[in-house]
Design a protein around this ligand. Structure first.
Ligand code: ADP
Ligand code: MG
Length: 393
């Protein structure tokens, strides 16, 4: 994977740089409830402005489907971004944008209105690509989280303007390359979460890539059931038995050790702090649900991680939102974090609930890299080439 970065962009002083960022932040009224994405965008914007570029930020916000509205206007994100940057940020509407951009000076920063106010954005319509391109001299894509979509602002622009990866995009690509592109072996993958069906392509890809595949969460139930274990009332996709057996067979052929839990925490109720039992997987009663991996299995998994150099993690080990079923996820996350801090493990994690779980465990900062990219992260774990990344190459 080769791509140009801001190190290769040359003299940008006085040049108009279109910077694709992810400004799709959650809001409660006028308040941004989580500014992670704004903080991720800041370094690239600040670096270019410091070098005298006229920085024109392109981003989508929500799903306006080509219809402009105040609800989906990026005007409301302009001040929060200015606050995070500690600099003035202008807002430029799609009416009179050419004139507005022409008044900007080197070092100025402006947020252009929602790219999805053009119906052709999501269709990668060449006319929309041209519309955006006419405003800028150079293109920087800093939104890895939108790179799995071939849209005008995420893919099309890279073909018509000199294109570079922003710092956030660069950090993400470098971390992912270290984790699965050219990782140091042995490599472990933790795949958890609710269902096998949502992560079939991830599992199929990983068995050929990693040395240890650790299955947790609800999807472990489907694996256990496929191997003939009675999982009682647990969340389980019985219809995937053949698929799971194929994955296990492929893992065997690829010398990938699949780790399934051998003890589990069960309960009759899916609520906070119900009565629970910790049992061997063969002792789950007909009216019980498996809601977490058991302590003996967690300890064994920790020992397996100690032999590994690289870890990629997606999906919690149990129903971590509900205590005490966060126990296995928190314990394994802490082990991975400690191994990372001691320098023996490169750890990369991603996924909406995974990030929440690592934050809950208080170890997100101790991982080598935590991706907040969601869909793009999962597609990358499936081994797919992301169009927005490919276009930078
Ligand atoms: P991510 O968003 O990180 O990709 P997923 O969405 O695939 O993760 O999975 C997270 C969900 O899986 C959580 O809501 C969690 O409660 C659920 N889950 C994990 N283990 C179990 C289990 N044993 N039974 C039911 N749900 C589970
Ligand atoms: Mg999820």
């Amino acid at each position: 994977m080769t791509f140009k970065t801001l190190d290769d962009i040359g003299d940008v002083c006085g040049k108009r740089v279109l910077v694709r960022e992810d400004l799709n932040v959650p809001m409660d009224g006028a308040r941004v409830t989580d500014d992670t994405r704004l903080r991720a965008a800041a370094p690239t914007i600040a670096e270019l402005a410091d070098k005298g570029a006229i920085v024109l930020v392109l981003a989508h916000f929500g799903r306006p489907k080509g219809v402009p509205s105040a609800e989906f206007s990026l005007a409301q994100v302009t001040q929060p971004l200015a606050h995070v940057l500690g600099r003035e940020v202008r807002y430029v509407d799609w009416e009179g944008d050419k004139e507005a951009v022409a008044t900007l000076q080197p070092g100025d920063i402006a947020v252009l209105e929602n790219t999805r106010f053009f119906g052709g954005e999501e269709k990668n319509d060449p006319k929309v690509v041209e519309r955006f391109a006419s405003l800028g001299d150079l293109y920087v894509n800093d939104a890895f989280s939108a790179a799995h979509r071939a849209h005008a602002s995420t893919e099309g622009l890279a073909h018509v303007l000199p294109a570079f990866a922003g710092r956030s995009m660069q950090a993400e690509l470098e971390a992912l390359e270290k984790a699965l592109g050219k990782p140091e072996h042995p490599v472990a993958a933790v795949v958890g979460g609710a269902k096998v069906s949502t992560k079939l392509d991830v599992l199929k890809h990983l068995v050929g890539k990693v040395d240890h595949l650790i299955i947790g969460g609800g999807m472990a139930n489907t694996f256990l059931a496929a191997r003939g274990v009675d999982v009682g009332k647990s969340l389980c996709e019985h219809d995937l038995k053949d698929t799971v057996l194929e994955i296990l067979d492929a893992a065997d052929k690829a010398n990938c050790t699949v780790h399934l839990p051998y003890d589990v925490v069960v309960s009759k109720e899916f609520k906070a702090n119900p009565p629970t039992r910790t049992v061997n997987v063969h002792e789950v009663a007909a009216d019980e649900m498996i809601l977490d991996v058991g302590p003996a299995a967690v300890e064994a998994l920790g020992d397996a991680l100690k032999t590994c150099r690289t870890l990629v993690w997606n999906g919690p080990m149990g129903a971590f939102e509900i205590p005490p079923f966060d126990t296995a996820t928190v314990a394994l996350a802490k082990t991975a974090a400690a191994l990372t801090q001691s320098g023996s493990l490169v750890s990369v994690a991603g996924g909406g609930d995974t990030v929440a779980a690592l934050n809950h465990a208080g170890v997100a900062d101790d991982f080598t890299f935590v991706s907040t990219a969601g869909g793009a992260f999962l597609e990358w774990m499936e081994g797919r080439e992301l169009p927005g990344v490919k276009a930078l190459g």
